[in-house]
Design a protein around this ligand. Structure first.
Ligand code: CAA
Length: 275
């Protein structure tokens, strides 16, 4: 891997896009390596992922403009499909993926963050879909996911104007769940916004990993699949996935502990088993 690093911390995997010379822009090789990295995640030992970009300046500054500049119509469509396939794989990945957005999240950068389950960012983050300024449409899902996340009107405004927004506005419109700033630790040392962001993302991922993994996966599936259909069909999806949890070791241990009011035992069975 030239542009992606993977680190395992307990049940949490941290995937870092590392192409600092191009502000972590997504070329074909980065997309291929991302796909390979996700497919190699050991789902028996990993319960949540954090996706971030190397450096403090940029999460991902978009799809690679140099590579796109010479594409034909057919090649452009194929490049869009490649990005869409990888991002859809992330969106439907069995375990939760948290985007830790450190700096620029433009074009494909905003789009990859939207394929993640949860977005957290540093206070220097900048979001936008600048594509129409480059003579193209958003091509890695931006026209679809942005409207679903922040509503049609705000998505159209961002996409048509190609105007970037800062972290506080991204928070206000619901594009990100939380914004992290620099702070000072107990010893008086400055902790950067990016360090606080990454720590918070890992902490959230580790917290998710302490819950019943089959139940968490089923929640992701229920929300993702249910959001695509009408409510009558959506609640049937939920019923099936709810039912699937019964008779798992997690359900028996989790409910048994509650009923026995046995705090010690509760601690012993956490983290839950897979089967
Ligand atoms: N593709 C290729 N290279 C990129 C890039 C991108 N999307 N974004 C930045 N880079 C490269 C720059 O070319 C530059 O390389 P060199 O040092 O070799 O010249 C390097 O990263 C640093 O960038 P800048 O010097 O421009 O840094 P800056 O601080 O002055 O500006 C920036 C930062 C505002 C993010 C600016 O780089 C920028 O506007 N980048 C392009 C953002 C963009 O338009 N993204 C959308 C791409 S289209 C897309 O993503 C389509 C899609 O939906 C699939």
């Amino acid at each position: 891997m030239e542009f992606i690093t993977y680190e395992q911390e307990g049940f949490v995997g941290v995937i870092t896009i590392n192409r600092p010379k191009a502000l972590n822009a997504l070329n074909s090789q980065v997309l291929e390596e991302l796909e390979t990295t996700f497919k190699a995640v050991d789902l028996d030992t990993t319960r949540a992922l954090v996706l971030t970009g190397a450096g403090e300046k940029s999460f991902v500054a978009g799809a690679d403009i140099g590579e796109m500049s010479t594409l034909t119509k057919a090649e452009g469509e194929a490049f869009g499909k490649k990005g869409n396939d990888v991002f859809r794989m992330i969106e439907t990945f069995p375990i939760p993926v948290i985007a830790a957005i450190n700096g620029f999240a433009l074009g494909g950068g905003c789009e990859i963050s939207m394929s993640c389950d949860i977005r957290l960012c540093s206070d220097n983050a900048v979001f936008g879909q600048p594509e129409v300024g480059l003579g193209i449409t958003p091509g890695f899902g931006g026209t679809q996911r942005l409207a679903r996340l922040v509503g049609e009107g705000m998505a159209k405004q961002m996409i048509y104007t190609a105007r970037n927004i800062k972290a506080d506005e991204a928070y206000r419109i619901g594009l990100v769940n939380a914004v992290y700033s620099a702070s000072t630790d107990e010893a008086g040392n400055e902790v950067s916004a990016q360090a606080n962001l990454l720590a918070a993302a890992k902490k959230m991922a580790a917290g998710i990993a302490m819950n019943a993994p089959i139940a968490v996966r089923n929640c992701k599936k229920a929300i993702n699949e249910g959001m695509q259909v009408d409510m009558d069909k959506a609640i049937v999806i939920e019923e099936k996935l709810f039912g699937d949890c019964f008779e798992t070791a997690d359900q028996q241990a989790g409910m048994g502990n509650f009923l026995e009011k046995d705090k010690e035992k509760k601690l012993k069975v956490v983290p839950f088993q897979n089967k």
